[in-house]
Design a protein. Structure first.
Length: 157
């Protein structure tokens, strides 16, 4: 105990200083901010970012099968099943067996989901404006471009 009390005082630990050169740290912090803002914006609907991506993708690619959906939005099938189940329970998604292979489930949005899509898109824009308000339009585009280059370069061939 005496040793601890007699040690010279050092600067207080600061993750921002310690990890300032670590891109992953900044990406993680930015992701946490974006995710929290998204969850707040969609709290009344009970949607998370993954469910939003599922709904938008299924609406654009009606009849898509679940494994292809996972590939498109970068989510493993095992992580996708609970999202599909929840969206189906909320009346936003329908699953149908494929006509040729009953093991494959085809996905389609319900009328309720289609009616909700414009509201969802508007809220996403508002949420991003709220989080990214310190960036100009050009900086936002540059950020999207750099992030896209990171994840596409890291994607398996």
């Amino acid at each position: 105990m005496a040793d601890r009390l007699n040690r010279p005082k050092t600067a207080r630990f600061s993750p921002e200083r310690e990890f300032e050169d670590h891109v992953g740290f900044h990406l993680g912090r930015a992701h946490a901010v974006m995710n929290a803002s998204f969850l707040d914006a969609f709290a009344d609907l009970g949607l998370n970012p993954r469910a939003y991506r599922v709904l938008v993708t299924v609406a654009r690619e009606e009849g898509l099968h679940a494994s292809r959906l996972g590939d498109l939005i970068g989510v493993k099938r095992t992580n996708l099943v609970p999202v599909l189940t929840a969206l189906e329970a909320e009346g936003l998604l329908l699953r149908h067996p494929d006509g040729q292979d009953g093991r494959i489930q085809r996905l389609e949005p319900t009328a309720k989901a289609r009616a909700l899509l414009p509201t969802l898109r508007s809220r996403v824009e508002q949420h991003e404006d709220r989080v990214l308000h310190a960036l100009s339009a050009a900086e936002r585009e540059a950020l999207r471009d750099m992030l896209r280059r990171i994840w596409t370069a890291a994607a398996p061939d």
